[in-house]
Design a protein. Sequence first.
Length: 287
Amino acid sequence: MKKILVLSGKGGTGKTTISSALIKLYNINAFADCDVDAPNLHLLFNDFTDYEESNYFGLKKAVINQEKCILCGLCLEKCRFDAIKYDKRYSILLHDCEGCGVCEYVCPAQAISMNQYVNGYLRLYKNEVVFSTATLKMGSGTTGMLVTKVKKQLFDNVSEKEIACIIDGSPGIGCPVIASLSGVDYALLVTEPSISGISDLKRIVKVSKSFNTKIMVCINRYDENEEITNRIKEYCNEENIFVVGEIPFDSKVIEYLNMGKSFIDFDGKASIATKNMFEILIKNVGI
Ligand code: SF4
Ligand code: SF4
């Protein structure tokens, strides 16, 4: 099974729209949304109503047993994350606690323990297709760990005989992106011709290369700034990166999305260019 990850160095490049179009056009039966901070791939499909949900436990957090606390203040003094406050008693600021366990270690009264908290929810849709996704609770960390679980949930539920799976990654270059990149065969990097687009592309290329992933670039809305598009192409040429497609701006794409439809189902300049790009991509990936 070929594992294709769709990434963008920044949000708003059309990454998820392109992922969903690829899934629809080639009837891909295995896919995942690893953008756990803001998952929205499911919104582009109407038939995912029935799913299994399980709790995601991230890092443990400290909790103080007030009855045992002797008010020595050592925990507050030693916490490097300012996650303990004093207001007549000591208490933990859960959103700031990094779960390092130092307070538990130093407490002379054994008043502190480390507790599990639900940091988010994993969802698995499984009928003729398998779709793995998750949502992180507001303010929770450990997104990388959750992304790893989303991918594992997908791989545990699909047969290796599937020709390909598509993973919609997170924007940026942080922990969830690194977790998404591990173990994939191809990274399709979706960029746009803007100053931030080219800068973020360079960063995501650097990260992807460090994983030895085969990289392809798609320039979305290339005609919005052809001068920067040319600079992106020059950069890709220098870095020996294959520009697999250039998609023109098409106002119909948003119109169809807002109607809950995929632009790929209609004829239009973006749709035609995307289909051409997919043909080249599929040929390159060998599926
Ligand atoms: S576990 Fe670490 S971060 Fe959390 S309150 Fe204790 S010392 Fe601070
Ligand atoms: S270190 Fe333990 S005993 Fe001291 S203030 Fe903190 S919780 Fe209370």
